[in-house]
Design a protein around this ligand. Sequence first.
Ligand SMILES: O=C(O)CCC(=O)C(=O)O
Ligand SMILES: [Fe+2]
Length: 205
Amino acid sequence: MQLKLFDDDRQLMLPQDLMEYYPSFLNRTESDQLLQQLLNTVPWQQSKIMMYEKEVLTPRLSAWFGSEPIRSGDQRPVLPWPEVLQTLKTKVEVHTGMSFDGVLLNYYRDNNDSVAWHSDKDTVPGLKTEIASISIGEERNFDFRRKDNHRHRYAIRLEHGSLLLMKGDLQQYWEHRIAKSTLPMKARINLTFRKVGADKIVSYT
Ligand SMILES: O=C(O)CCC(=O)C(=O)O
Ligand SMILES: [Fe+2]
């Protein structure tokens, strides 16, 4: 069953300890400019992953900016931060009070691009993964469901210029995806700011 995440006043009914949503984190002009700039300047690549012992191309393009690989063994080059992403990182950090050392960009070219059900779990036990996710371009549905009960499921539309914060136990107990669609869709870019460096180990006791 698909549950609504907004009540009638468009008040987000998400558990605030797991997710926060800011629909107009970037204004229209900023979002339009950022979309064009990233489409034109980022060295987009299509990664390969192993699936049932076969190598397949992921159904989207991506790029990783940071100072070390997103995870060990990841084949993507570690790209240096361009000024536009450095500025955006500072804006996200000021808004959230969180700190990040890398950003993964996903480029969904059309309705056939997607990301399958997954969680972005850290390898450090006990660490509550914090991810700040900015969306620009075509609105897509972001589905999430409980790992232990797939019928316990929600969807939220990620609007042009929006910011979604994922935090707390979300990655541990929930998974998420961007599904393909049968409707034609234009380009969407998603930027997920992450913390992958050695200083990410914080005590939550
Ligand atoms: O495109 C999105 O909004 C989600 C991307 C995502 O889940 C990821 O990069 O881990
Ligand atoms: Fe994810």
